[in-house]
Structures are given as C-alpha cells and as structure tokens.
Design a protein around this ligand. Structure first.
Ligand code: NI
Length: 469
C-alpha cells in the first residue's frame, strides 16, 4: 500500500535538497532519546510487591506543580498491575515480573513537562517493554497523551511519515503490516500503537518510538523513527505544537550530580563487639524515597545507626540524602540500579544493574559496602559478580504488604533475636512512623542497634549472610 501522502513524502525526500537535509537523520537507537533533568526534579512515587515468585516494582514521578501527571501514570500502572496479577500466577521456577520506571523527557519551567513511563512485563517465558510519554502544560493545566499531539485527520499521513523515516534508515517495512503476524493491518490501528511515545528534538523533529513488533519484526526490537520537523508540522495539533515548543526551549541536560561532602561518620567512633553484645541490625531497602529524610531525622534523634540498601536510580535523584546517610554513620548497600529480578537477566545486564548503582552511590559521595539482590533472588554467579558481602535477612516485617505501623512494629519486635537482620522499606510512610517504637522496643529488650557490618564483624565478599550466626 502506497498512499498519496506517502508518495508525496517519498518525492519530497528524494527530489528536494532542503528536504534531503531534513530527511537525513531517519532513525536512531532507542537509547539515544533526548533527556533533560529539571532543576527541581520530580519526587519519587514507588511501590514494590516483594514476592520473589511474582515480583512487582512500580515507580512514578510526583510533581508538585503538576500532580495530575504523576497521578495519571500511577493510575495506568495500577491498572497494569491488576491485569498482571490476574493473568500471571506466582511461580518459583519462572516468576512473572512487572517492572515500571520513568524518566523526564522535557522540562520547560512554567510550561511543558514530559515524562516517559516504561513498563517491562515478563510473562514467565519472554519479556516485552512498552513505553508511553505523557505531557502536562503547567500554564494551561492540561494533560496530554501522544494521541492528543497528532490531529485525528492526519493519522494516516502520520503512519506514512513514520514508515518513510524507517525506510530512509534502511529498515524494511512490508508496507503496513504487523511485525508480529505479517498480516496487513489498518493504518488507524498502527497509528494507535505509534502514538504512545512521541517526543521532539530541540530542532522540532518528531521522534516516534516504535515498539517491539510494530511495523517491524520483533527481532528489530524498539527503534526510534525521526520525522523531520517540516514533515511533522502539518500533522500536529495545537497541543502538539506546545509540546514541541517545550523541547525547543528546554535547558540543556543537567550535569551529573555533584559529589556530596560526606565525612567520617559516627560508626568510626562507635566501638561495639557483637560477639559479646546482643546486636540487631535494622535494614531499609529500595530508597532513598520521599520519607527517607524524615527517617534520618528520627535516627539522628535516637542515635540509632541503620543500613540502607539503595536503588541507584533513587540515589541519583537524591544524592544529598545519600551523602547525609554516609555522613551520619549509616551503612550503605547496593540494591541494584532499578530493582529488576537479577536471576532473569544475562550476565552483562546483571553487572550493569550492580555497577550503575555503585556509580550513582559513589557520585553522591558515598560507597556501597554490601549488596542485597532485589527480592532476595540470587545465584552463586550473582553473589560473585557483586564483589561485596551479600546480605539477606532473617526477620521479614512484610511492611510492604501490611503498610501498617502497628503490624510493622509487632513483626520487628517479635521477630528480632540476638544477631538478627531486620528487613524494612523506607519508601513506606507507615514503616518510617514505626521506627521510633521499633528502636525503643529493641533497646528495652536489651538489644544494641548496629550496622550490618558491625553485626557481622568482617563480612566477606561473595559470602551470603542472613543473620549473625
Ligand atoms: Ni527491594
């Protein structure tokens, strides 16, 4: 099928010198997407279902001056989660997994903010990634999805422009067919799949993220098609033009976070011998989150050390909180970059997850001295790759499940024995509220609170610990 519009585009691209220049960058790998960080980055919304047989990790932004954006993404994710939990039963052998992260694609102060929400769903045998870019215009208070950016009457022309861009880059598109089945499909149906993730370059070119199996065979993966500004212009709605203007006026991507000013913490000045004293270590996973600063205030008031197993992507977004942890004598552990179940990844991807988190923690001015795999899912090869002591737990408070202060206090206090490592999550407000009572209750029972390394003595890299034996 070669529609009149597509024919026109073809002619434009091969006959006009101006158009040739504009047509040149036809498509780019998905990883080169433009990304800018705002001066005041969106806050962190995060939920984890900590079941290794059916792991779920959801993250979304919380934007102070545009709350509807994060709320819309959160609603979408909760709907995906409900469908995922209904469709895929827990499995120890081949755990299904739902994993969602986000990134800022544009942040023009006072104008357009764009967030890309990326979802990975593993169905027990194979996984697929999908993404959606959502925008909010702070001036108008409007929330836009990709379908709001392209005029309904221009949908066929839009598909043609994307096909053109892909072919210009040497990709073989069998007219408009489904890469999954090879069957001819309606341009309107293709357009619906192509509208999910639209961004722009600063020069106004439209970047269309073409998902797995759309227009191209699955083996091609996700690619980006670049529709030159001149060809994109007539396809856009007024909302599309406002979003494009946001990309044109957005500041350059922010530099990497400046190193913190961590100094020797109080751990150095503490002397505790857990061979003689009844020690317990409180551990907090998945942060730093929105309540972590408050937790650090509480721990400082109580004079209680803790161990934080950080996600690299959260450390990168809140480097000052990480620097403060280190400065105040808490121990820091690596909990991977973004909480994927490592046992499903290849060796290179496993290493990237660990190394990227280590780098983010270091960039914040701290150092990870321990490793804890997400969901506690590990193999001997992962233990070795981490190059750090591998720390699990013997007291699981299930705080992620109960989200209840009373239940979390009770679980910690009834579970803790001499030498225990207690699992908590500082991303949940009810957990943070439970900490003063947990600390007081443990001390009443005669326990000394310590970091994990203090508890274990001299933990060795590659060894797995779940308590002091
Ligand atoms: Ni975790």
């Amino acid at each position: 099928m070669l529609s009149p519009v597509r024919t026109l585009l073809l002619i434009l691209c091969v006959t006009s010198v101006v158009a040739l220049a504009a047509c040149a960058p036809a498509s780019t790998p998905a990883s080169t997407a433009a990304s800018t960080a705002s001066a005041a980055p969106p806050g962190l919304g995060q939920e984890v279902r900590n079941n290794p047989a059916q792991p779920v990790f959801l993250a979304w932004p919380e934007v102070q001056d545009a709350p509807e954006l994060g709320e819309a993404i959160h609603r979408d994710l909760k709907a995906r989660e409900a469908a995922f939990l209904a469709d895929y039963a827990p499995s120890d052998e081949a755990p299904p997994e739902l994993h969602a992260t986000w990134s800022t694609v544009v942040d023009a102060p006072g104008a357009v903010l764009g967030i890309r929400s990326e979802v990975y769903e593993f169905a027990g045998a194979s996984g697929a990634t999908s993404s959606e870019a959502l925008y909010v215009d702070r001036a108008a208070g409007s929330l836009w999805r990709g379908s709001d950016l392209v005029a309904p009457a221009e949908r066929v022309a839009f598909v043609d422009a994307v096909v053109q861009a892909l072919e210009h880059n040497g990709r073989v598109v069998d007219d408009v067919v489904s890469g999954a089945t090879g069957a001819a499909i309606e341009p309107e149906a293709v357009a619906a799949r192509l509208l999910d993730d639209l961004t722009f370059t600063a020069a106004g070119d439209l970047v269309v993220r073409v998902g797995d199996g759309v227009l191209l065979p699955f083996s091609e993966g996700t690619v980006e098609a670049l529709v030159p500004a001149m060809l994109a212009e007539p396809l856009l709605t007024e909302a599309g033009r406002r979003v494009r203007a946001g990309f044109a006026g957005a500041p350059a991507p922010a530099a990497a976070p400046t190193p913190g000013t961590a100094t020797a913490g109080s751990a150095a000045s503490r002397t505790v011998d857990c061979a003689r004293e009844a020690c317990v270590a409180l551990t907090f996973d998945d942060g730093p989150g929105r309540d972590t600063g408050r937790l650090l205030d509480e721990l400082a008031d109580l004079g209680a050390p803790a161990t934080f197993f950080l996600l690299g992507q959260n450390a990168a977004r809140q480097p000052a909180v990480v620097a403060r942890m280190a400065a105040e004598g808490h121990e820091i552990g690596n909990h991977t970059w973004d909480h994927k179940q490592l046992t499903k990844l290849g060796r290179d991807a496993q290493l990237r997850e660990i190394e990227r988190a280590a780098a983010a923690i270091e960039a914040a001015g701290a150092k990870a001295t321990l490793f804890r795999p997400p969901y506690g899912s590990r193999t001997a090869a992962i233990d070795a790759a981490a190059g750090l002591p591998v720390v699990l737990w013997d007291v699981d408070t299930l705080d992620w499940k109960t989200r209840d202060t009373e239940a979390t206090v009770a679980a910690a206090l009834t579970g803790a024995k001499r030498g225990s490592i207690v699992l908590l999550h500082d991303i949940h407000a009810p957990t943070v509220a439970a900490v003063p009572r947990i600390v007081a209750g443990l001390r009443e029972r005669g326990f000394t609170l310590v970091t994990v390394s203090e508890l274990l003595g001299e933990p060795r890299a590659g060894e797995v610990y779940s308590r002091r034996s």
